[in-house]
Design a protein around this ligand. Structure first.
Ligand SMILES: C[S@@+](CC[C@H](N)C(=O)[O-])C[C@H]1O[C@@H](n2cnc3c(N)ncnc32)[C@H](O)[C@@H]1O
Length: 207
């Protein structure tokens, strides 16, 4: 891992992911998490203020990047529920089968190298009846925006820590054994359209 990924990227990601439209998006999904929660790609901890402290009993914060975990550290003070860091990638979640009530994933499946395997792992650790609360950006529905996404994708992956602009993540969620219970989409305001097509909702483990 180079200097860019280790030192500069955590600050850039924290800045980019903390934009006002993204904060509105976080507030639509994170408060729905209850019980023992796993957050995949915890990043710099930007979701922490949105958890409902009366509903969360424990949080596993899975984040493979040491730089992102370092950036998150100041945000942990005063959080009223226990947090345990897991420093492995989402493709190798070190938790027992059917051990968590909810999973939160925001702006992460675009970046995970093997997103399908990470989703299979999420399905494995979720209890029956548990829910994945997600919010991501994805391939846009408009052809012109899609073409821009395809053109920018190689450069974007280089500067954005492996972020893909054009993944069809709802399809990956279904392939990974989840059933989408609720899905909403929109272009975020004040955001370039090639990164701004967001979708959010909830999915459950398919029987
Ligand atoms: C754009 S940031 C989003 C962080 C956070 N989820 C948020 O909403 O602010 C993407 C995060 O995914 C993490 N990531 C990259 N590869 C991963 C993997 N294989 N498993 C889990 N997380 C990963 C990165 O380190 C980074 O923290």
């Amino acid at each position: 891992m180079g200097l860019y990924d280790h030192h500069l990227l955590p600050h850039l990601m924290d800045f980019a992911c903390n934009a006002k439209p993204n904060r509105y998006q976080r507030n639509k999904v994170v408060p729905n998490a209850t019980g023992t929660v796993l957050e995949v790609g915890f990043g710099s901890g930007l979701n922490l203020p949105y958890y409902d402290a009366d509903k969360v009993t424990r949080l596993f914060a899975l984040e493979p990047s040491e730089g992102m975990r370092r950036k998150a550290a100041p945000r942990l003070a005063g959080v009223p529920f226990p947090i345990e860091f897991l420093d492995l990638p989402g493709e190798e979640i070190p938790l027992d089968d059917r051990s968590v009530d909810a999973v939160v994933i925001t702006y992460t499946l675009c970046t995970v190298p093997n997103a399908l395997e990470a989703i299979r792992q999420v399905r494995r650790v979720l209890k029956p009846g548990g829910l994945v609360h997600f919010c991501e950006h994805r391939a846009a529905p408009d052809n012109a925006v899609r073409r821009t996404q395809s053109r920018l994708n190689p450069l974007w992956k280089l500067i954005g820590g492996g972020c893909h602009l054009d993944r069809d993540i709802p399809a990956l969620l279904e392939q990974g054994g989840l059933k989408i219970e609720h899905l909403e989409t929109m272009y975020l305001p004040s955001t370039p359209r090639f990164t701004g097509f967001n979708y959010w909702g909830a999915a459950s483990p398919r029987a």
